[in-house]
Design a protein around this ligand. Structure first.
Ligand code: ADP
Ligand code: MG
Length: 598
């Protein structure tokens, strides 16, 4: 008796579902969205219930299908995207395997409604566990709607492997972010259970899409990247400035011909490109787009199409490394050029990181007071004793990075106890001490947190405080982040917390009201912005802002030191919230104001 048997189609589909639906339910979402994108959708709406386990629904306004095609789309190996093996050599669509719909339909309660834009009626098809139960007229708006309910209801063994609703929701949200970033021109909305998580209008550019999705805070820390390489490789996108890093690869997004991929070749190239700009064990933030001739990249190497194989990996590596290096160099030098600022000194190595400023003050000349003394500031070297330079000795416009001239900025005095007035080659530079201090603290804090070593200071007497349950819950959830920032806080009974130490840079006499203000701020931030944006970074920003407010800006710090520390920052030109730290009023503007020149 023969032992070998052909598998019935449904079983074959269920087997294939193991690969296609490799990370369920996020991969269901991925496959459906890819189909919508391939169908030319301008708008895609995604709804999930219970982490996608009970329902995933994707609605698009794409080309739709007629009844024959709709039925065919559920057959194994049915695709409109390739016709012959030769087409595999140059795939321009996201899908091509013709496996997703039948696989998904074989392991769920599946409903497809679809209508072509000019058709009078559409089609509705209901499939349960791979068996077509209903085919009838249906489908209201042009486009396609797919509902996937009760994933793996007929395969209890696989259902057991689903993780918690929260984990699955997070995976789905990540998947959606990938698609949304990869296709800025398409509108996306995402509803999780009853909550609208995001609604993204069609964006004119990647820049706008990132702003809509992650906010200005992240955008401000990105640099444009571009480049080209052998084998007609083109590189574009936005990547994190030096100093911006993450503990996971979740925001290291790489797209090859519009497809989000995980490519060891590109990952290694990114690491090489960032080199010292990235700490060990950290990952860069990238929104990197590679465009290649479809024939030089094989996308048919992974069932979920997550990996790709490059025909010329070396060319890809070189192009990526070069474009990242150029982007990083460009970032600071834009600002340097504008303000005639010095180049940043080499980054201190881990363990010897500079000082969080604590030095007692030295009085600086207030405006209207003694103006005889001036201070020359360059990054890494403050030289207060030096006499004022004559204007003709000032560095000329053409001098740039690597210039050994010591006189980029000369401090003239302080205006209104807040603004530092300085002179540079172009005229007057005003620095907002608050904003500058916030920036310095923020970068310092971030660096220390990455090294797991924010110095903290014990309070003489530990203090306890109560919070309303909602706030308490928030604090509870973020306890480890707060502790990482040097805030010695722990639970002390229901809704009660104890503080026994604070970060050393924080010189407040009232830790409780400090904490209360931080919590209030963060709460309102988490109400108003998408949950995506709240995290370590936001908390660090808020702590820094209140730390600065708690201090008297003039007393806590020597001003030269402040400027010097500012110049050593990765992003000296704006505070963590994106406001400028310094502005320039050029001599030309002054001349105009005084009517010397028209
Ligand atoms: P593939 O995407 O690899 O071709 P699928 O099983 O995902 O395979 O889909 C099969 C076919 O069904 C596609 O080739 C396409 O023609 C059609 N299709 C699937 N989803 C949609 C959609 N949202 N809009 C229009 N056509 C679709
Ligand atoms: Mg597909």
């Amino acid at each position: 008796m023969s032992r070998i048997r052909l598998l019935p189609d449904i079983v074959a589909s269920q087997v294939a579902a193991g690969e296609v639906v490799e990370r369920p339910p996020a991969s269901v979402v991925k496959e459906l969205i890819e189909n919508s994108i391939d169908a030319g959708a301008r708008k895609i709406e995604i709804l999930i219930r219970r982490g996608g386990i009970s329902l995933v629904r994707v609605v698009d306004d794409g080309c739709g299908m007629d009844r024959d095609d709709a039925l065919l789309s559920l057959e194994r190996h049915a695709t409109s995207k390739i016709r012959s093996a030769a087409d595999l050599a140059a795939i321009a669509t996201l899908g091509f395997r013709g496996e997703a719909l039948p696989s998904i339909a074989s392991v769920s309660r599946f409903r497809l409604t679809t209508r072509e834009p000019n058709a009078i009626a559409g089609t509705e098809i209901i499939v349960n566990g791979g068996k077509i139960d209903v085919v009838r007229d249906g489908g209201e708006a042009p486009g396609t709607q797919v509902e996937v309910r009760s994933l793996f209801y007929n395969l209890p063994a696989r259902r057991k492997f689903l993780r918690s609703e929260n984990t699955e929701s997070r995976n789905i949200e990540h998947q959606l972010q990938l698609q949304a970033i990869g296709h800025p021109q398409i509108a996306f909305s995402f509803v999780r259970d009853t909550r609208l998580v995001f609604q993204l209008p069609p964006a004119a550019s990647l820049h706008d899409r990132i702003r809509d999705l992650y906010g200005n805070e992240l955008l401000e820390r990105l640099l444009p990247v571009s480049g080209a390489g052998l084998d007609k490789i083109e590189i574009s996108g936005l990547v994190g400035r030096a100093g911006l890093s993450r503990q996971t690869r979740a925001q290291q997004l790489v797209f090859v011909n519009g497809r989000a991929v995980e490519s060891p070749v590109v990952t290694a190239a990114l690491r090489e490109g960032y080199h010292t700009a990235l700490m060990k064990g950290q990952f860069p933030v990238t929104f990197l787009f590679l465009k290649l001739d479809p024939a030089s990249v094989d996308v048919n190497v992974h069932p979920a199409k997550r990996e790709v194989r490059f025909r010329d990996p070396t060319a890809v590596r070189e192009a990526v490394v070069n474009s990242i290096r150029r982007a990083l160099e460009g970032g600071r030098s834009d600002w340097q050029e504008k303000f005639h600022a010095p180049a940043a000194p080499p980054r201190p190595t881990i363990g010897t990181t500079a000082k969080i400023p604590e030095a007692p003050p030295r009085e600086l000349p207030q405006l209207g007071g003694a103006l005889g003394e001036r201070y020359n500031v360059v990054a890494g070297v403050a030289d207060p004793g030096r006499a004022a330079a004559k204007p003709d000795e000032l560095p000329s416009r053409t001098r740039t990075q690597g210039d050994s001239s010591p006189r980029q900025f000369q401090i003239i005095g302080i205006l209104n106890k807040l603004y530092v007035l300085m002179e540079n080659a172009d005229g007057l530079v005003l620095v907002d001490q608050h904003a500058a201090h916030e920036r310095i603290l923020f970068e310092e804090l971030r660096r220390r947190m990455e090294e797991q070593g924010v110095p903290s200071q014990k309070l003489l007497i530990p203090q306890t405080f109560d919070l309303p349950p909602r706030d308490a819950e928030w604090v509870e959830r973020n306890l480890s982040i707060l502790q990482k920032m040097g805030i010695g806080i722990e639970g002390f009974g229901p809704n009660t917390f104890k503080i026994d130490s604070l970060p050393a840079f924080l010189q407040t006499s009232d830790p409780i009201s400090f904490m209360q203000r931080v919590i209030d701020d963060l709460k309102s931030a988490s109400d108003s912005s998408s949950a995506l944006r709240l995290g370590e970074e936001m908390i660090a920003m808020t702590v820094c802002r209140h730390a600065v407010k708690a201090n008297d800006p003039l007393r806590y710090l020597e001003v030269e030191k402040l400027i010097q520390d500012l110049l050593e920052c990765d992003l000296p030109y704006c505070c963590p919230h994106g406001r400028p730290t310094m502005i320039q009023i050029s001599l030309a503007e002054l001349e105009k104001k005084f009517g010397r020149k028209v």
